[in-house]
Design a protein around this ligand. Sequence first.
Ligand code: MIC
Ligand code: SF4
Length: 639
Amino acid sequence: MGMTIAEKLIAAHIVEGEMIRGQEIALRIDQTLTQDATGTMAYLALEGMGVERVRTQKSVAYIDHNTLQCGFENPDDHRYIQSVAAKYGVVYSRPGNGICHQVHLERFGRPGLTLIGSDSHTPTCGGLGMLAMGAGGMDVAAAMAGSAYHIVMPKMMKVVLTGRMQPGVSAKDLSLELLRQISVKGGVGYVVEWAGEGVRALTVPERATIANMGTETGATTTVFPSDEMTRRFLETQGRGDVWAPLESDPDAVYDKVIEIDAAQVPPLAACPHSPDKVCPVAELEGLEVSQVCIGSCTNSSLRDMLTVAAMLRGRRIADNVSLSISPGSRQTLEALTACGALNDLVRAGARILECACGPCIGMGFSPSSGGVSFRTFNRNFEGRSGTKDAQVYLVSPETAAATALAGHAADPRAYWVEPDLSLTEHPLIDDSGFILPLPPEEAKQAAVLRGPNIKPMPHWDALEDEIAAHLTLKVGDNITTDHIMPAGAKVLPYRSNIPKISEFCFTACDERFPERAKANGSTILVGGNNYGQGSSREHAALVPRYLGVRAVVARSFARIHKANLVNAGILPLTFADPADYDRVEQDDLLRIRGVREGVLAGAMTLVDETKGLEIPVELDLDARQKKLLLAGGLLNAMD
Ligand code: MIC
Ligand code: SF4
């Protein structure tokens, strides 16, 4: 039987298990990446794993999230990561060098290899024909230490792209169209593979935009073939030698097939507050917009920047709009400078930000009260921008540029100017932002530099046999890790300080959650469907654990968060009968007896002592994960 692209990648890397959909498999990991907001925890974990040097082919530590330095915390984290990277054999990408996914695509991604990263948008390199997945920091640390990465063998979804996009419509609109069709849950359990003649015409940066935003469907990852386009991209990056072809077989079997006719896709926008609340931009026409942000790992390639520059050249943004532009990599910024496009952007009134995540993660550039912000980013969760009542829309660079000029939501087709993209065939290559690790002998002597904000990883006991807990918080469907552990300029500096960051846990849902959880001692949380979607931040598991959360009972979980819960020693339970969700209430007293046996059996009974109910709950984990839970989490299990 023929194989899909993902199956070929999996077959070449599988070290445990069988390629049977739904069963756990383990994969050899060739490359890893970390970013600074999750990286400190990953390297603290790595330091505890007893290896002297990473065992991957290539591991890179990027600094791109916490680049606002309003105090010593963020620069201390950067310094820690730089020193630990040098010692353990990890390439360090300095702050200002660019956003991890863009830089990795340009400088390190290789068709045919596996990559995991402590960031949910790691699938961006799927645009190059890699099997690239987001993971919790501890799993990335384990991969750096040479362990395999465990996933559930995914189902296969094929998106067949036909036709050509209209001028002014771009890859971002295709991503939004897929989200419109399948929602933020539609990709859960799948690898999404893009195929069809429409794909042949997409350049690697366009494919990367789509692979990046595939994360928002909940998919394990997104992959594209590695073809002539891929070869050309790698050649322009001076890396033609790493190209290898990769295609699905004609008789490959897919569990689901979706068709998108690119010619029929109009400019689209995801409306507040979810990436799948998609409507045509034309329907928003006239909506006054006070802020436009262009950049992020979704839309910050040279192609995107040149396209925006062409639309803005010789024009001026509307008075009511503040426009930010963050190029995805230093190389891109240099190319924009060299060809004069940067001038076009500046002249048009743009505020040029650093090559980093910036506003995407609420690191500055928050909208005004109730402000409407059009962003080329991938997430528009409530409050993520830093302004609780802001209305954030996700759009293409073309729609963003048109809107910045008009001052209100505008269809880019009316403002379209054909860009000269010839520079993308000869981009500048600049590796000066990387610092290579120390040679092994020198590394042995090298010191790891820690600041006062970097607290050690908390230690927890093995799993208890009886849990008596309060239902401290009950939440609904699609709770994101941004709800659980918010980010933004005020909170992110504490990513290496679990006690301090715990003051912000779940405050988006309940201001008093940290206080109440502490007072209650032990907590069982209740959630709806797709609990823990979004970011890979393992803080959304470590911090609840620190506050006494022992189990989460939900209707269903998002993949990375479920793994993070297990790694942190929290039981991810599901209701055997989803209707039981409605029978329990916040503040009920709950109890689970025979927990350890229940873990092995994959089922247990949740007693609601307040209501006098016995509720069957399930634990869908394989033997390895059960072992981790019994030990009290991944770090205990590795001791
Ligand atoms: C995000 O986009 O939410 C982040 C910030 O990049 C996260 C990682 C983090 O929380 O540090 C992600 O996507 O995994
Ligand atoms: Fe950075 Fe935003 Fe991309 Fe996350 S989604 S990696 S915060 S640019």
